[in-house]
Design a protein around this ligand. Structure first.
Ligand code: KIV
Ligand code: ZN
Length: 513
């Protein structure tokens, strides 16, 4: 392989799903995995199979459908984890077990309560077992960036000797700074006797906002795999954002002379999909994928861009898959134009899904004169991504106004059966949420309710975000509609479905990776 080729390892489905509030169902994970495969991602970490039956099945399903990317599953240095992981990735054309254990003094003493020699023995045993089950094994030193150098060298040497061919040195707590982290990778490459038998990988968290800078510095020092996520999703402040890494490699090839296999034109599509699935709105000023990333506000900048885009744009919107033409659609647009529009926006849907989305588009076009790209994205994400949910929104009628009591009559489909009820509340939103609680009794707590307009104008769709909490676990749901109350009901129902999914996870200590 080309010495300057960087392997892109995406962990949106594993570390990304560990973001507080994020959870994805099996269909959503498969959709994201297929999108990542289309993008040209080398390795997709599809989940943590021991964490729950749902995680296991998701990794297995991804392994069954993806053929061009390697499918990895995560496992602690424990026999049961590794065997379960091997079973989950078995159907993959290209598979990998990614096993890890902590190596820092702090983690060994307090988290593992193991002596360093016992950790070395666990590394040897876990990698050996994994290598007996699959050809391709990656080993990670959790909290690697806070590990004593001598011990880290011994741990890495042990893992390579046992058969690991990728060695990952995570900055688990996002503590490193670029020069220090690069020096750590260089130190390992220089000092570990069998270092030439493995590819060194980095996995950086963003607690100090340095995840991308640390990852690129490590590549300069010799690392050749970067672990990252779409939109920078991940534990706490998240992981290194894939879109930032690959666009930095593409835009600054003069000082970063490395290549990767990601087709950057797929970035916008992947970012929108991940945002819709998780309910994590991308901040407007987010690099590469934020709504303002290619917008120019000041007159001086606008003037410059009109004369020559390069005056203020270091990348073209097209290079990240952002189409400049915002072909507006209306109620006279036909199914064919709608299907073309979906393709242009990056959706490759089956006939049934297109028909459902088209029906909702027609309803929307009846209410709204012009339907923009953003409207279609909101509508398709809402309709298509949520189609296999346990609880589905059907209809809502609300009596609102100053006289009260506000009343909501709601129809939901719960496990295929349509049910209806009427509830009152302290305002129309409260009445709507009370109706949901009456149809599907539950104890979760509403932590956040937020509304924003998808486009300008009084006929704009409202996008509502709802955050629910239960026993310390949070989930986020989004819904869009020209009627704010319908959008509210959809958002709440989406979040509730996600909470049901979260309840399945049975191995909380496993999720501390
Ligand atoms: O942050 C971390 O250390 C991890 C490892 C399991 C790779 O996610
Ligand atoms: Zn991590």
């Amino acid at each position: 392989m080309d010495h300057n080729r960087v392997i892109i390892f995406d962990t949106t489905l594993r570390d990304g799903e560990q973001s507080p509030g994020a959870s994805m169902n099996l269909d959503e994970k498969v959709r994201i995995a297929l999108t990542l495969e289309d993008m040209g991602v080398d390795v997709i970490e599809a989940g943590f199979p021991i964490a729950s039956v749902g995680d296991f099945e998701a990794v297995r399903s991804v392994a069954q459908v993806v053929t061009r990317s390697r499918i990895a599953g995560l496992a602690r240095a424990v026999k049961g984890d590794i065997e379960r992981c091997a079973e989950a990735v078995r159907p993959a054309a290209l598979s990998r077990i990614h096993t890890f254990i902590s190596t820092s003094p702090l983690h060994m003493k307090f988290k593992l309560q193991m002596e360093p020699d016992a950790v070395l023995a666990a590394i040897h045993d876990s990698v050996t077992l994994a290598r007996n089950l699959v050809e391709d094994v990656e080993w990670s030193a959790e909290d690697g960036s806070r590990t004593e150098h001598d011990f880290l060298c011994r741990a890495v040497e042990t893992a390579i000797a046992a058969g690991a061919r990728t060695i990952n040195i995570p900055d688990t707590v996002g503590y490193a700074v670029p020069e220090e982290y690069a020096a750590l990778i260089a130190m390992l490459l220089n000092r570990v006797p069998n270092a030439d038998q493995a590819i060194f990988s980095v996995h950086c968290h963003n607690d100090l906002g340095l995840a991308v800078a640390n990852s690129l510095a490590a590549v300069n020092a010799g690392a050749r795999q970067i672990e990252c996520t779409i939109n920078g999703l991940g534990e706490r402040a998240g992981n290194a954002a894939m879109e930032e890494i690959v666009m930095a490699l593409r835009t600054r090839a003069d000082v970063l002379p490395y290549t990767c296999g990601v087709r950057t034109e797929h970035i916008t599509r992947a970012s929108r999909l991940v945002s819709a699935v998780t309910g994590f709105v991308v901040q407007p000023n987010k690099a590469i994928v934020g709504a303002n990333a290619f917008a120019h506000e000041s007159g001086i900048h606008q003037d410059g861009v009109l004369k020559n885009a390069a005056t203020y744009e270091i990348m073209t919107p097209e290079s990240v898959g952002l189409n400049r033409s915002n072909l507006v659609m209306g109620k006279h647009s036909g199914r064919h134009a709608f299907r073309d529009k979906l393709k242009q926006l990056g959706y490759d849907l089956g006939d049934n899904a297109v028909n459902d989305a088209f029906k909702r588009f027609k309803d929307l076009a009846d209410k709204k004169k012009e339907v923009f790209d953003e409207d279609i994205v909101a509508l398709v994400d809402d309709e298509v991504i949520r189609r296999n949910d346990h609880i589905r929104f059907v209809s809502l009628e609300v009596i609102a106004g100053s006289r009260g009591p506000q009343k909501a009559t709601l129809e939901l489909e719960i496990d295929g059966v349509v049910q209806v009820t009427t509830a009152t509340g302290d305002g129309p939103v409260d009445a709507t949420f009370n109706a949901i609680k009456a149809l599907y009794p539950h104890q979760v707590r509403l932590q956040l309710y937020q509304v924003h307009a998808v486009t300008a104008g009084t006929d704009a769709q409202a996008e509502v975000t709802v955050r629910l909490e239960e026993d310390g676990r949070t989930v986020i749901g989004q819904g869009a509609d020209t009627d704010t109350l319908v959008a509210s009901a959809r958002a709440y129902v989406t979040a509730l479905n996600k909470m049901l999914l979260k309840r399945e996870k049975t191995a909380p200590d496993a999720l501390s990776a």
